[in-house]
Design a protein. Structure first.
Length: 253
């Protein structure tokens, strides 16, 4: 299994429009963060976790030529607006893309992209999605056991995904008690760490580090970071086994 970080940034991306802070104007490529998403490749299959606002740019940069499935964490704009870009894949694949997520996510997708789900004269030129609600049971895909995990994003219940012994958890500010055993002792935990200051719906660095100490994974990669986080500085400060992910980073498990 190969994981590529298509984006590691929070909802505004980095550089953030109108901002001239030291991170936004940094020449370091690791401080350039598109909206958070990963590409997972296994046995010739490509699947995304979330379809970020920057999906077109991400796919071009990383040579993504087909998408076999999408696993949505939740319905916020930076995680679903790339759906419009999926129509290019439909032109070549000629089949609806299986999409996994919870019912609330799908209801919001159907509102935002209503034209996809209503018969029109343009039906053959828009993204075609097959919405498949998850219920907490494992999904077998490309010889991977993929388990949806309930995660708290403020008052919103969203989904983290566990791929065999690797988990992707973003936009989290609390791991529910029933989910915590699924995240203990992982080979790799990909976890959000938004910034240094506290936030009402996301882990800050201190909270994310305490969560890592409790879960004890073998390796951790922080993602979904905003423009307060300078890559080189923060990467030196975080304790082992934590590192900061960056756009274009690849990991093979």
């Amino acid at each position: 299994m190969k994981i590529t970080f298509l984006g590691t940034g929070a909802s505004p991306g980095i550089p953030m429009l109108g901002c001239e802070c030291s991170v936004c104007v940094s020449p370091n490529s690791k401080n350039k963060r598109l909206r958070a998403s990963i590409l997972v490749q296994n046995n010739g299959f490509n699947f995304l976790v979330d379809a970020s606002s920057d999906l077109r740019q991400q796919c071009l940069k990383n040579g993504v030529k087909n998408v076999d499935a999408i696993f949505f964490t939740h319905h916020h704009a930076d995680h679903i607006l790339g759906i419009e870009e999926l129509r290019a894949f439909y032109f070549f694949q000629k089949k609806a893309i299986p999409c996994y997520g919870n019912e609330e996510t799908f209801e919001e997708i159907k509102k935002t992209f209503h034209y996809i789900f209503q018969p029109t004269d343009y039906q053959g030129t828009v993204s075609q999605l097959d919405l498949l609600p998850v219920n907490g049971e494992p999904i077998n895909f490309s010889e991977l056991k993929i388990k949806p995990l309930e995660i708290d994003h403020g008052s919103l219940k969203i989904i983290g995904y566990k791929f065999n012994n690797v988990a992707y958890v973003t936009d989290c500010n609390n791991v529910p008690e029933k989910t915590e055993p699924e995240l203990k002792g992982l080979d790799l935990l990909i976890l959000n760490a938004l910034r240094y200051k506290p936030h009402t719906t996301h882990f800050n660095f201190e909270e994310a580090i305490k969560t890592v100490e409790r879960l004890k994974p073998k390796r951790v990669l922080f993602t979904h970071m905003n423009h307060e986080v300078d890559h080189e500085t923060a990467n030196k400060e975080v304790p082992a086994p934590i590192e900061l992910a960056y756009d274009g980073m690849t990991v093979e498990i």
